[in-house]
Ligand binder design. Sequence first.
Ligand SMILES: CC(C)(COP(=O)(O)OP(=O)(O)OC[C@H]1O[C@@H](n2cnc3c(N)ncnc32)[C@H](O)[C@@H]1OP(=O)(O)O)[C@@H](O)C(=O)NCCC(=O)NCCS
Length: 174
Amino acid sequence: MSELNYRLAEASDQPTLEAWDALPHVAANIPDDAWDWAEGLRQRPHWREQWIAELEGRPICFMQVIDPAEEESGYWQPIGSGHRAIDIWIGPEDALGQGHGSAMMAWMLRRCFAASDVHTVLIDPLESNVRAHRFYQRLGFSPIGRRRLEGLDCLIHALDRTEAIRRKYASASA
Ligand SMILES: CC(C)(COP(=O)(O)OP(=O)(O)OC[C@H]1O[C@@H](n2cnc3c(N)ncnc32)[C@H](O)[C@@H]1OP(=O)(O)O)[C@@H](O)C(=O)NCCC(=O)NCCS
């Protein structure tokens, strides 16, 4: 597989991300009213990182990681410290299903668990997104319960540090 490059998302990514929002596989699985690119890409709050993965110079994926205890809308509340929550999607249809998502999640999980206080990473796929459930479970996530978040039925998945060490996303000494 070609090597992926990761960089922080920038204001100039707005047209790309808006075009991806309109693609059927993104529109069906990512509620777009949660994403205000014009505002969001211009701010870098301490509790959030937004990343773009590129394949041979072409953006193919967006990833966001937040500290859900610090996130300002209270989306994940009530929640304690030591969590991270990830959102991920691939834009170009021809980049789906080739292992890029797995590679990017492994990269992001290593990044999350590199912080010694992080004990659990969360994901909130729609309950209807059964392909994504399979994808996350193959990476080591377990479903921990259904939850209605902002009017949408989600099946929350979690991966804790013990599983992260087993999967080599984290080292036992961290
Ligand atoms: C989920 C996603 C990030 C996985 O990345 P990927 O590079 O396609 O995945 P990989 O090639 O590493 O692994 C393949 C698995 O990804 C999942 N997948 C592939 N295409 C998918 C699609 N269109 N929608 C949802 N999941 C998909 C499946 O579980 C697939 O396994 P399967 O062949 O057994 O069904 C990517 O498919 C995607 O962006 N899907 C649409 C948006 C989405 O659902 N994002 C997750 C929201 S929580």
